[in-house]
Design a protein around this ligand. Structure first.
Ligand SMILES: Nc1nc2c(ncn2[C@@H]2O[C@H](COP(=O)(O)OP(=O)(O)OP(=O)(O)O)[C@@H](O)[C@H]2O)c(=O)[nH]1
Ligand SMILES: [Mg+2]
Length: 319
């Protein structure tokens, strides 16, 4: 085993940070280190906190960190920042709250920017989860803004998903992306100090009842919180732990773990194919000759694509 892998397994923060940078930059060898870590993973509890911008995800995450630290659990956070051009542990803006934990070796916070991540956001998230899990963190929280498909995909990398909503304008909860309604294991109506909070809760309950609140044996609870004051956090944690217990006991837990593995596996296959195709295209002098042939109508688009696959050794000429 490489020295770097050993140091990560020993929980060394600097080694982990170095590995994460190497993974970001796709440095040769970084994947091998990850592969060595894999046998030492599977122990961390993976918890997602997803919701609209400004809903209070970071404030809630901060409260969850406090809670788990109180139980002497070690907590890692992956904060996915949709707008930031920075990555690599930058702690930005509202995340200042979480910075309170700087200096606590039982807490590790890592930001990932959505833009400019080479292998894709979901892949990076999985890699960072692997590193944290191997380091022996008990809980890994993935905070992500639930706006795009990428974020829904990221939300699918965890075991238990908390979806955070807030009272919206008028009568209901702030609109949430449809995909998020389906992935929520626990709903939070944060900012329960808002005058419309009760109505928001009823609205969400109605939406959920329309969708069918009970899913494969789990009834999705709605928890009101005031994250800034820590209100409702104990109840939230109870529901999170209940869901965790449910997954451990019910066939649903196994089904989900398989589904996560499948998504991770297929993503990697597609990423590798893409990578290989780009390499073949570059080595064979680029796309220009094929584009010329297409322009002259000497070849049609499927035929052109097949030629690239043939060069990759993936398709026979008669395919
Ligand atoms: N009144 C009230 N304000 C809250 C509550 N929770 C969070 N806030 C405030 O809402 C603002 C946004 O909170 P964040 O925790 O940064 O929200 P976020 O969802 O992480 O935001 P982004 O990561 O930017 O999407 C901050 O000013 C918080 O202080 C709450 O329960 N009640
Ligand atoms: Mg935040």
């Amino acid at each position: 085993m490489s020295g770097l892998a050993q140091r990560v397994l020993g929980g060394e923060v600097r080694a982990a940070a170095r590995l994460m940078r190497a993974l970001d930059d796709e440095l040769p060898g970084a994947r091998d280190v990850l592969a060595q870590l894999h046998g030492h993973t599977g122990r961390a509890f993976l918890l997602g906190v997803t919701g609209n911008p400004g809903a209070g995800k970071s404030t809630l995450t901060d409260q969850l960190i406090r809670h788990y630290r109180g139980l002497d659990k070690r907590v890692a956070v992956i904060a996915i920042d949709p707008s930031s051009p920075f990555s690599g542990g930058a702690i930005l803006g509202d995340r200042i709250r979480m910075q309170d934990h700087a200096g606590d070796s039982g807490v590790f916070i890592r930001s990932l920017a959505t833009r400019g991540v080479l292998g894709g956001l979901t892949a990076s998230t999985r890699d960072v989860i692997t590193v944290f899990d191997a380091m022996g963190f008990d809980v890994v929280i993935v905070e992500t803004v639930g706006v795009g498909q990428d974020e829904v995909d990221v939300a699918n990398t965890v075991e238990t998903s908390v979806v955070v909503t807030v009272p919206g304008l008028g009568d209901g909860v702030q609109a949430i992306k449809a995909g998020l309604l389906e992935i929520a294991d626990v709903f939070v109506v944060n900012k329960a100090d808002h005058p419309d909070a009760k109505r928001a809760e009823r609205h969400l309950a109605m939406l959920l009842d329309l969708e069918g609140r009970e899913r494969r044996g789990w009834a999705v609870p709605i928890v009101p919180t005031v994250a800034t004051r820590g209100e409702g956090i104990a109840t939230l944690v109870e529901h999170i732990e209940a869901h965790r217990g449910f997954l451990a006991d019910a066939p649903e837990g196994r089904r989900r773990a398989r589904a996560r593995q499948q998504a991770a596996l297929l993503d990697r296959v597609y990423a590798m194919l893409r990578h290989q195709a780009a390499g073949i295209i570059a080595r064979s002098g680029g796309l220009e000759p094929l584009l010329d042939a297409l322009e002259r109508r000497e070849i049609e688009p499927y035929g052109a694509a097949l030629r690239i696959l043939q060069a990759m050794g993936l398709e026979r000429g008669d395919g």
